[in-house]
Design a protein around this ligand. Sequence first.
Ligand code: SF4
Length: 457
Amino acid sequence: MLLRHTPKEITERSALMINPAKTCQPIGAMYAALGIHGCLPHSHGSQGCCAYHRSALTRHYKEPVSASTSSFTEGSSVFGGQANMLQAIENIFAVYNPEIIACHTTCLSETIGDDLKQIRKKALTEGKIPEGKFMISASTPSYVGSHVTGFSNMVKSMVGLAEPTGKKNGKVNIIPGWVEPADMEEIKRITKMIGVKTILFPDTSGVLNGPLSGEFKMYPDGGVTVAELQSTGDSIGTLALGEWCSADAARELDTKHKVPCQILDMPFGLKATDRFIDALRTIAGVTVPDELSMERGQLVDMISDMHQYVYHKKVALVGDPDQVIAMTEFLVSIDMCPIHIVTGTPGKAFERRIKEITKDMPFPCNVRAKGDMFLLHQWIKNDPVDLLIGNTYCKYISRDEDIPLVRWGFPILDRQGHQYFPTVGYKGALRLLEKILNVIQDRKDRDDPESKFELVL
Ligand code: SF4
């Protein structure tokens, strides 16, 4: 077994992370940038970083991810990468002709101290950014935060494109956070059903879950347009889904352009979806359509029909803060008991939220922000669980401890479907519950003695 050396005894560590539950900032920045139509993400650093970020996204989304790099050499690593970046801007617009370049830094360019805002100004002054084309930038040093921080920083930089005209556009900005392209599609389906006009940003649907058409498109059809981003300052409000991924951008719009914002949890599970729908309904001043009430009812039906299989089952959960908070609430609401919870992203507020959600559970809950998979494994060894929920890296713990695993989160490298089937909203919660029930019932079928092996569960 691959993790057989993980000891049961837990010793306090302050400076060492083992099997991190996070990845580097630019991966998040690159994913967010791909949610703008006609955008070429640009990595200001060495080729190696860019290759890693692209391959990490490609392995999860199973789609080619194009991005350019400043290709630092020894010289730029010592003296700074401005010359490389200026040359890159010229080449990118001449060769690849994007609508917009979304540039992020890397550990190396941050350590040197390259200032992307100043480089952009110089590029503008020197006429390297053609008329009608754009460049945004985000600072994404990977030695702080995580991929979630990088995502948030790039989304915040999108807000910099807002150009209020003084006339409201009657739309609601929705910042969905780091969810799958299928989730973004589902959010759009729900808002359409309720009758709310929205600007969803970023929007990777149609970009990272597109069809195989036989025709190569450098810039797929999906994504929020630059014109829509410019219009976000005229919207009647912003719903930011997730404190870690989306709140900074929403607050920036509020502060700079007086677009009022609400920070909600990501709509995973029954209660968080209820709050999202309620916020939409209130903004639109409409009643919830019957179709949506039907979907909610189906979810409640499945929860009550199958309750006996999930009741008081112990769960270990790992992932990104916004997702894990909503998932914890969902699990507790169906009487499951998430007892070990880890995120790799820093932030004590995460631990406070989880403690609050799990306070009435019959078992105590271990929770750690800036934790790692090693700690999660040790907790599981000390207090075993019935189910593990997390990304593909959990498969090692799952195999070593013989615990059923539901793959959910980022990255999922060894299964399919996450790009196409949403887990947000009522329909998404039905799918989550189906996945949870499937592994629990498969395990029952595997472990029941012959005398108790039932055809109908
Ligand atoms: S050097 Fe920094 S930015 Fe580059 S891949 Fe490593 S952690 Fe990410």
